[in-house]
Design a protein around this ligand. Structure first.
Ligand SMILES: [Zn+2]
Length: 191
């Protein structure tokens, strides 16, 4: 039985920690991944990284709804071959389309109420261990590639606000300060 985990919000130290690669994919880690998938679904998120549930093992989960997996509304799926939810241990980006980047709005379960445009490569290749511990390499395109980059950033202690423009950072500074204060006072999240 999977259980819902509590989500760490901005201001929690763990969000700035770097995740440790796992040596092998154990039953305990598969259970953590399953709990993360449940937690992500309950929170209506499209991705979740270990630090967001207070862990530092390098694992993230992604589940992009089919209607987002398109370039334009109603268009063909960009990643029809990728089975979701995708569980990745030790994910690393091995290739990125640095000549094709796009800015799109992102949100984050650790930042309730805060959204902003982030510019990222449109395509990436990600190498990771799957649930059975097998090494895989997968090309991801579009929103799915964005979600993978966002989650891999988390595993490196990097947050999407770090990629906001200077002007956007100024615009959300008040909200961020309030969220941090709520997190430190134990008031954020967990509705
Ligand atoms: Zn996030």
């Amino acid at each position: 039985m999977s259980k819902e985990l509590s989500i760490e919000t901005y201001g929690a130290d763990v969000l700035r920690m770097t995740a440790e690669p796992v040596e092998s994919v154990t039953d305990g880690l598969r259970k953590l991944a399953d709990d993360m998938v449940l937690t992500m679904h309950r929170a209506n998120g499209v991705g979740l990284a270990a630090q967001q549930v207070g862990h530092t093992e390098a694992v993230c989960v992604i589940d992009v709804p089919a209607e987002y997996d398109v370039e334009q509304k109603g268009g063909p799926r960009l990643n029809p071959g990728v089975k979701m939810p995708l569980v990745m241990f030790n994910p690393v980006i091995t290739e990125a389309s640095d000549d094709d980047t796009r800015a799109q709005e992102e949100g984050c379960l650790s930042f309730p109420g805060i959204n902003g445009n982030v510019e990222r490569p449109w395509r990436v290749k990600v190498r990771y261990l799957d649930r059975s511990g097998k090494e895989r390499e997968q090309e991801l395109v579009g929103y799915f590639a964005r979600a993978a980059q966002h989650e891999i950033d988390h595993l490196n202690g990097r947050l999407f606000i770090d990629r906001f423009t200077y002007v956007k950072r100024l615009a959300v500074r008040g909200k961020l300060n309030r969220l941090k204060a709520d997190t430190l006072a134990g008031r954020a999240g967990g509705e």
